[in-house]
Design a protein around this ligand. Structure first.
Ligand code: ADP
Length: 692
């Protein structure tokens, strides 16, 4: 080596305006590179690359995946043949978004035996003027081809940018398809281009969109639905897992390379390219491009279009996965929205409630809009304001806080105080939520409304203590009167005879009362076991009611029972299809209640009026009106429930709270309706409307 070159070689290399690199011809490892070459790698190829990732390594470490195999081919060919390569082009986008172009060449360095030991790559920037045919002379080496390659790379970048941008839009395959088709047509001006998506269930391609002039629309008409096993070009490309290109479609058909009836073989179409859109091991669809002119397989446009395929595949895969996640999310949400249990999900980082279902809204008495998106502590403040008091933390909040600290709370009975003062009893469970990596991300809280069960339990307990009292009273009376009879039997006197008569009367009455209590209880169990039936036969309703009133009149001296019959003569009959025994039970109950709940006595009106309307079956309205203690407004909706007795009742008025429940059951089973109107303190009227 010339001594002055030796002395200055490294200085020259470091300051050369070209990037220069020396590769080993065997393992393609980088042995040496000047500063500019390293700058190109770390500025445009892989900013994260360190020097130790570069030296001794091959370009796979920094080149984009799409370029690796192409480079490897070129490098190996130059190493094998020794023929220099001068057609390399890199197109980069600067930070400002401008495109810059670099050409690169590769030269073999041989030893004395003529074996290639190294490869020298030189990369130099192409001045912008060189790219514009109007402003400058074409680039020196292979000018036309270089410009075409650069142009194709530029268009590929345009398409990639358009596809990338469409991915930031709503993630739908359709919008990605439209963006890709528009960009492909605008950049490459093919005769037509179409995109398919795959349907793994039907094992077929579906046409997603086309971009073609109206006069050439027919080219893609037969491609709406293409089964994987079809013989046409698109399906072949799918089977072969790689892009297929036909330079001359008509020749290909003549030689049987493609099917005679392939829709792409149309007038005006010269060449066709079909790129299956593989992403990993999943085929997302296919890109088909047809050209009016004769295009060659190694033309830069064809290479650029193949390059676009990978990006469209990635975007479609992204959209598909997004759709799967969205569907799952929607399904899960629909399930949670329908659950009768209240559900709250709280975020670990912010304490914000990120989800609440309608049941949670109902149970907590807080509108969803106020629940979702608000941090827990703000919920507390809101509650404190509504309750006008120093609010201690509501118990359900404790459950969330415990879950947020990693604890699981199981079915804890918790009272939820709603803002309007209502209290709901719930079983509350909470659990922490963890990410796949095991980090605590939030907490879920589940409430189950057990207010009804709780109140039924309470009613049952009350009922048992009432039974205890109700049964004891008549039994004590029966025992007392029986003992009196025994005593009388020993000294038969006139006075004693009268007492015996009264005692017998009492025994009979109390026994009847006991029997009716037992019957009522049996009826309840019959209803529960679905054995409770009504046997309807034609009966004279007026006669039955009159007889009930007469019987009930004998049970009281302090009340005056008045039967008021309207719209039918008392001597006539009013026939209805009813169960006579149950009918009597209903009015015995209503009239005895009227007597029981009018401790001060007074008139009790029992009224009857047939209701005859055109086009409707005849009905009868019967009412029982007393002047007793009446019913508080808040009790009106509850008194027909099983075991319910008004809270305000005087303890001396006894009962089991099942009479009205049975009345309602019987009337409803006759297809009728029962309701009550009442003024607390001045009496109640019970109405029964029954079809005849
Ligand atoms: P019970 O009379 O054995 O308590 P019912 O089922 O017959 O049971 O009645 C349920 C409740 O309805 C009663 O406890 C009472 O509070 C109320 N009630 C029923 N009838 C009347 C009435 N005529 N006047 C006032 N309250 C009534």
């Amino acid at each position: 080596m010339n001594s002055s070159l030796h002395a200055y070689a490294s200085l020259m290399l470091e300051h050369a305006l070209a990037g220069i690199a020396l590769y080993d011809a065997q393992d393609l490892g980088l042995r040496a590179a000047n500063e500019l070459y390293l700058t190109i790698i770390t500025t445009y190829f892989k900013p994260s690359c360190e020097h130790e990732d570069v030296f001794q390594h091959s370009f796979t470490n920094w080149l984009p995946e799409t370029k690796v195999s192409e480079h490897e081919n070129i490098f190996r060919t130059v190493a094998r043949t020794g023929v220099p390569y001068r057609e390399g082009i890199y197109v980069f986008r600067t930070q400002e978004g401008n495109l810059i172009h670099w050409t690169w060449s590769l030269k073999a360095i041989q030893n004395q035996e003529g074996h290639t030991t190294h490869l020298l790559q030189t990369v130099s920037e192409v001045p912008i003027e060189a790219l514009s045919p109007q402003q400058a002379e074409p680039v020196q080496a292979a000018p036309e081809k270089t410009t075409r390659i650069i142009e194709a790379e530029r268009r590929q970048l345009e398409v990639i940018t358009a596809v990338e941008n469409s991915v930031h839009e709503p993630l739908h395959a359709e919008s990605i398809g439209t963006a890709a088709l528009d960009a492909l047509s605008a950049s490459f001006h093919p005769l037509g281009v179409c995109l398919h998506t795959t349907d793994p269930v039907q094992q077929a391609f579906h046409l997603l969109g086309v971009s073609v002039s109206t006069e050439h629309e027919h080219i893609f008409e037969g491609l709406q639905y293409v089964p994987y096993h079809s013989s046409i070009f698109l399906a072949q490309a799918h089977v072969q897992h790689e892009a297929l290109f036909l330079e001359d479609l008509h020749a290909a058909r003549a030689t049987g390379v493609i099917a005679q009836d392939d829709p792409l073989v149309a007038e005006g179409v010269q060449s066709a390219l079909c790129v299956p859109l593989w992403f990993g091991d999943q085929c997302e669809g296919a890109l088909t491009v047809v050209f009016a002119e004769h295009v060659l397989a190694h033309d830069p446009e064809v290479r650029a279009l193949k390059g676009c395929g990978m990006h469209i595949a990635a975007a479609l895969a992204h959209a598909r996965l997004h759709a799967i996640v969205e569907n799952e999310r929607t399904r899960l949400r629909a399930i949670l929205d329908q659950l009768p249990e209240g559900i709250l999900i709280t975020e670990g980082s912010s304490g914000v409630i990120s989800y609440a279902n309608p049941s949670a809204e109902r149970l907590l008495g807080i509108p969803l809009a106020n629940l979702v998106g608000t941090p827990l502590d703000r919920q507390l403040q809101a509650q404190a304001k509504t309750e006008q008091q120093e609010q201690s933390m509501p118990p359900w909040n404790f459950a969330i806080v415990r879950a947020l600290s990693g604890e699981t709370v199981n079915t804890q009975e918790t009272q939820v105080k709603q803002p309007d003062g209502n209290t709901v009893v719930t079983l509350c469970s909470s659990a922490p939520l963890f990410s796949v990596q095991g980090t605590l991300t939030g907490a879920v809280l589940v409430f189950q409304d057990i207010t009804a069960q709780k109140s039924l339990e309470q009613h049952k307990n009350d009922f048992l203590s009432m039974i205890n009292h109700e049964l004891r009273t008549p039994i004590t009376a029966i025992q007392g009167f029986a003992e009196l009879l025994q005593m009388n039997a020993s000294h038969q006197q006139q006075m004693a005879f009268a007492r015996s008569q009264r005692a017998l009367q009492q025994i009979s009455e109390q026994s009847h009362y006991l029997t009716s209590l037992i019957e009522d209880m049996l009826d309840i169990s019959r209803i529960e076991q679905a054995h409770f039936t009504v046997r309807q036969t034609p009966q004279d309703v007026l006669r039955l009611l009159t007889s009930v009133v007469e019987t009930q009149a004998t049970t009281t001296k302090r009340h005056h029972l008045k039967l008021l019959v309207q719209g039918v003569e008392t001597t006539k009959s009013l026939i209805g299809n009813i169960d006579a025994e149950r009918f009597v039970q209903v009015f015995n109950n209503l009239i005895s209640n009227a007597i029981k709940y009018s401790p001060a006595g007074g008139e009790i009106e029992i009224g009857l009026r047939p209701i005859v309307e055109p086009h409707k079956p005849h009905e009868v309205l019967i009412w029982v009106k007393d002047q007793g203690i009446g019913i508080a407004p808040e009790e009106l909706t509850h008194i027909f429930k099983r075991f319910h007795r008004a809270n305000t009742l005087d303890a001396s008025i006894t009962g089991l709270g099942i009479g009205l429940y049975l009345v309602k059951e019987i009337v409803t089973r006759h297809g009728g309706r029962v309701w009550v109107e009442s003024d607390e303190g001045s009496g109640s009227t019970f109405y029964v409307l029954m079809p005849l």
